[in-house]
Design a protein around this ligand. Structure first.
Ligand SMILES: Cc1cc2nc3c(=O)[nH]c(=O)nc-3n(C[C@H](O)[C@H](O)[C@H](O)COP(=O)(O)OP(=O)(O)OC[C@H]3O[C@@H](n4cnc5c(N)ncnc54)[C@H](O)[C@@H]3O)c2cc1C
Length: 436
């Protein structure tokens, strides 16, 4: 059990502080970011016996623009972290599958509980506000013995003489003039899109495609919401609708509009006007919002496609959106963030305990390979789906095929739900069914 706390910091001079050099020594791991990726990485590293400090610039609960759907397989990791029971006892809503409306009117309907041979940890996904989910996960992290510093913004990485990262510089919101240095054997960058850790480590890379921005808000009284997550794709953007738990037993509708960056720019409107205008311009959606009431401000985010050139540097590992994020369409960023932390922990343990620099580097290199093995199939599937979303004739064709072939639709939805292996969808035999 870690005992580091703020009392262990000692001031070196008036504007610089060294943190983590307490009587039990510096941290073994500093996790930057307390979203699902950072929470999972910190929790799994603590379970592996490492001393961990997690820092986040925000104070929780904090909101995060997100469609707030969690795939069925995500429940496995939530259960392991001791967070699932709270969600299943009323905080979250259940999603039984997805329906995608293609631009020409076709419909792809797939359910998580299906005839195929694959079963998820649960037969349903979860819908839950990020204010609630992320704060709950952070509490599990604290309970695992991790020291959590909220309101602490990392601005720079520290390096030793050979350039290996050995800590971070940060400022705290209650003492913005004081620059603190926190040392550790390993820095985990879980600080999301536009990751400071990735960029300071020279790993950041903005993808050229797809360039999209999103507008997210919560509504009540949207007509005819059921247990399916809905995606409505048009020739120019898409909107996702899903019931999500408010954390208090009530459920509300998450509305997430995603537009190509150039379309959003051309509109020259505020985020609230963009969302209202777009919904109003699509009659099949507009009539469902006649009695709806927006409960939260419309939050804009993007452009979001990014993929780090590599997931590690000496003394650094990246996870979650800081490592890669393509597009929210398939709704699996939270799962990838949780699974990424699970994957990272044993390798972090090997890095921290490596007897020399050569073996430390070998362990870090194995991380890149492990990520490719675990997520590579999903990355390929995601890219195919994004191609169909960006090219309406392809999605219209897929909708025609899948509306006749429910088994194939279930298989595809199961793969996006993280419990059907992507290879089951990407096999030549299955791909031929899409062309029929
Ligand atoms: C519009 C939209 C809809 C989405 N819908 C879904 C969905 O329905 N389902 C799904 O699974 N995924 C969805 N995603 C993706 C999902 O939101 C992300 O993949 C997920 O949040 C990644 O988690 P993370 O922990 O890597 O990053 P984040 O959740 O972004 O957490 C990063 C944390 O790092 C902190 N931080 C950042 N910089 C610093 C710094 N310098 N110092 C200290 N702390 C810092 C931030 O405060 C934040 O708490 C969606 C994304 C978007 C944009």
């Amino acid at each position: 059990m870690q005992t580091h706390d703020d009392a262990s910091m000692h001031t070196v001079n008036t504007d610089r502080d060294v943190t983590g050099m307490s009587d039990s020594g510096p941290w073994q791991v500093i996790v930057v970011g307390g979203g699902p990726a950072g929470a999972s990485a910190a929790w799994h590293c603590a379970q592996a016996g490492l001393s961990v400090c997690l820092v986040d610039r925000a104070r929780f609960p904090r909101s995060k623009p997100c469609a707030e759907y969690l795939s069925p397989e995500g429940s496995r990791i939530l259960d392991r972290m001791g967070a699932l029971a709270d969600l299943e006892q009323g905080a979250a809503t259940y999603l039984t599958g997805m329906v995608v409306h293609a631009p020409a009117g076709g419909r792809i309907h797939g359910e998580f509980a299906a005839q195929h041979a694959y079963r998820g940890f649960r037969d349903r996904g979860l819908g839950i506000r990020r204010e609630y989910l992320d704060a709950l996960l952070l509490n599990r992290v604290r309970a695992a013995g991790v020291t959590v510093m909220e309101g602490a913004r990392v601005t720079q990485l520290c390096r030793d003489a050979d350039g290996t990262v050995n800590g971070v510089e940060l400022t705290r919101d209650d003492e913005p003039q004081t620059l603190r240095t926190v040392h550790a054997s390993l820095v985990v960058g879980a600080d999301g899109l536009n990751s400071v850790v990735a960029s300071r480590a020279g790993l950041a890379h903005r993808a050229r495609w797809p360039r999209r921005v999103a507008y997210v808000a919560h509504y009540r009284n949207v007509a005819r919401m059921g247990t399916l997550g809905e995606m409505h794709v048009t020739d120019n953007g898409y909107v996702g609708l899903a019931q999500v738990g408010n954390g208090d037993g009530a459920s509300i509708t998450n509305v997430a509009l995603v537009l190509p960056t150039r379309t959003a720019r051309a509109l020259r409107q505020s985020p609230a006007d963009t969302l209202t205008t777009w919904l109003g311009a699509h009659p099949q959606l507009a009539e469902r919002f006649v009695n709806a009431e927006r409960m939260t401000p419309v939050r804009a985010v993007g452009p979001f496609a990014s993929h780090a050139r590599r997931s590690w540097a000496p003394g650094v590992m990246l996870t979650g959106d800081a490592a890669d994020f393509l597009d929210p369409f398939t709704g699996e960023g939270i799962y990838a963030a949780l699974a990424g932390g699970e994957l990272l922990a044993p390798i972090a343990h090997a890095v921290v305990h490596a007897p020399d620099a050569r073996r430390r580097r070998q362990a870090l290199m194995s991380y890149e390979q492990a990520r490719r093995t675990t997520f590579g199939g999903k990355w390929r599937l995601e890219r195919l789906i994004m191609l169909a979303v960006a090219w309406p004739p392809l999605l219209n064709h897929a909708a025609r095929v899948l509306s006749r072939d429910r088994d194939l639709a279930d298989l595809l939805i199961g793969a996006t739900g993280d419990f059907v292996p992507p290879s089951a969808v990407l096999s030549p035999r299955t791909l031929l069914r899409f062309l029929s």
